[in-house]
Design a protein around this ligand. Sequence first.
Ligand code: MG
Ligand code: MG
Length: 273
Amino acid sequence: MIHYKTAEQIELMRAAAQVVSRTLGLVAERIGPGVTSLELDKMAEEYIRDQGAVPAFLGFGGFPNTLCMSVNEQVVHGIPCNTPFKEGDIVSVDCGAILNDYYGDHAYTFAIGDIAPEVKKLLRVTKESLYLGIHEARVGRRLGDIGAAIQEHAEREGYGIVRELVGHGLGTSMHEDPQVPNYGKRGRGKKIQEGLVIAIEPMVNLGTKDVLQLEDGWTIVTADRMPSAHFEHDVAVVNGQPDILSTFDYVEDALEKRGIDAMRMSLQSVVAE
Ligand code: MG
Ligand code: MG
């Protein structure tokens, strides 16, 4: 059953999403070669608690940390560790926070130093596909339109769209109905209605769409061990239109301040192309 949200509930969810957005902004100030995922995880946990919020992933199904940090061929659900990032890596940082009982859950994939041009393109196209999916989150469309928009954009480049993991409804639980696949057919699936709040999160692989789970019981990796990118926003349907509750502004500002190309884009800029 889908729990559609009132305007008031959506504002509470925006506040939770923004805690996550600012946490990712803090990660963007620090992440780079030589930094470890555990350092960033500790910093994120402290920051989330300082905001009066609670890390949503910590203890969720037994997950041991605040951030999911997935490097290179790791798709999602990577466990923070003491291995320093190195030049050329890409790192998906997924973060969740609970504020006033509502969940925020979003993710950004960072480049560590200079990365290979084909990997940079994977990041750009995945981020674009997220916004193209968000554009379909409006009254008059169906869930299949979201997945189709993401799938078409990624597959045009020959990339693999992960099937086993999908976006989801969001509210006072982290995973509510409906499921929001990153693939689909236009005009299929549930009708999108006012008050729907979903996390849209394309996971796009440079090679095969197939994935495996490592023996740690968490980490999802690509079957061919080629890199994978992941971007996620929390989106509400308000006045019939997509309203992005989370933001990458903190991340993109922090990266640009450091002279790093943030591949800044927005719903408007992507849709206009
Ligand atoms: Mg999610
Ligand atoms: Mg997430």
